[in-house]
Design a protein around this ligand. Structure first.
Ligand code: H2U
Ligand code: ZN
Length: 345
């Protein structure tokens, strides 16, 4: 019998982080008797007087939000990083290393409408968020070497508030995930004189089996090395290192791809689909970063319904990440779902 990656356990290499993951396609049909999460109700008002992100409301520290029309950004009242951490100090012992960390954190409201999500917002408003991400990145990059733009969606992801919002953390160091991707992209560029993710997207467009949605400038796909069951990436089809380098037409297209992808996600289990997503832009360390391609990762925790979540435990926590459903199977399911939201049918 010959090896068949559709049937037999195998390992796949994540070329972007230099890590292996275990794929067990024969296990996808196993029954589930474990924990079932409670499904959060989808009905929300457009304005919630108790929400700290709605226009005109007062936040925990007493600040009042303006009556914003589209989006709004403010410094997180409980930031995980401080702008003025003393920099002299730390430990440089082989066993006990320590570095002072400086940074800032912001909260960004995507819409004034409490009941919306990216999937339910107009593309023009999603473009407004892309513009704000770009201007925040430009501003924060003057001071910090790395800025993480992200969204945590849904109570299951530990998100404290349903109001459509994301966070921005900027820091004076290159965080672990970025460092892994930086090393891999640099090494690939040195060998091929081409950005890793530009070659990757071109090959995926030829193979077609993991494409979720292909648009003019951007593609949504399930990466070959995906770990989360319905993990995806949004990748540009042209060379671009950061979200603040996009032109108007490219931003329009990106807003469209974000809406289609999140709509498909919601349609998958007919629920407001939870995920952590974020943009990986080139670090702002004064270098060119021709090797770096801007991209988004979407990491959704759901496995087989709105209420069954994938747990990272056992072998995955102690030895190596593992998945059952293959990336290709996940891509077919997402690709075949409607681009019209189930609430709008
Ligand atoms: P989540 O995206 O994880 O729900 O977090 C929202 C952030 O909003 C959280 O980091 C901040 C919290 O610190 N926050 C404020 O800045 N002001 C408030 O009044 C409440 C919450
Ligand atoms: Zn609100």
């Amino acid at each position: 019998m010959a090896f068949d990656s559709k049937e037999h356990p195998h390992r796949r290499f994540n070329a972007l982080t230099n890590e292996w993951i275990l794929v067990s396609p024969h296990r996808a049909k196993r029954p589930w008797n474990g924990q079932v999460e409670k499904q959060a109700s989808d009905e929300k008002p457009s304005y919630d007087p108790n929400c700290y992100l709605c226009p005109g409301n007062t936040r925990v520290n007493g600040d009042k939000n303006p009556d914003y029309e589209h989006n709004f950004v403010f410094t997180n009242d409980f930031a995980a990083l401080m702008e003025d951490t003393p920099l002299d100090g730390g430990l440089n012992d082989d066993l006990f290393k320590e570095q002072p960390a400086r940074g800032t954190a912001k909260v960004i409201c995507f819409s004034k409408d409490h009941s919306k999500t990216i999937a339910l917002m107009d593309e023009a408003d999603i473009k407004g968020v892309i513009n704000l991400w770009g201007s925040e990145l430009t501003e924060l990059s003057k001071k910090y070497v790395y800025t993480q733009l992200f969204e945590n969606r849904g109570a299951i992801m530990g998100c404290s508030n349903p109001h459509p919002h994301g966070q921005i953390w900027a820091c004076n160091f290159i965080p672990e995930e970025i460092n892994k991707e930086l090393n891999a992209q640099k090494a690939y560029y040195a060998k091929h004189q081409r950005p890793l993710l530009l070659d990757y997207v071109e090959k995926e467009l030829e193979k077609k089996e993991r494409i979720v949605y292909d648009s003019k400038y951007f593609v949504a796909l399930v990466p070959f090395w995906a770990f989360w069951p319905f993990e995806t990436m949004i990748l540009p089809k042209f060379a671009v290192s950061a979200i603040n380098c996009l032109n108007e037409e490219q931003k329009d297209d990106l807003a469209h791809v974000m809406k289609v992808l999140t709509t498909k996600y919601d349609n998958l289990f007919e629920c407001s689909f939870p995920y952590s997503m974020g943009w990986h832009n080139a670090p702002a360390d004064g270098q060119d970063h021709v090797e770096w391609q801007m991209h988004a990762h979407y990491y959704p925790p759901l496995l087989r319904s709105a209420t069954v979540k994938k747990f990272v435990a056992g072998f995955e926590l102690l030895a190596e990440k593992q998945r059952d459903l293959t990336a290709e199977q996940a891509a077919v399911r997402l690709r075949e779902l409607s681009n019209t939201h189930y609430l709008h049918k």
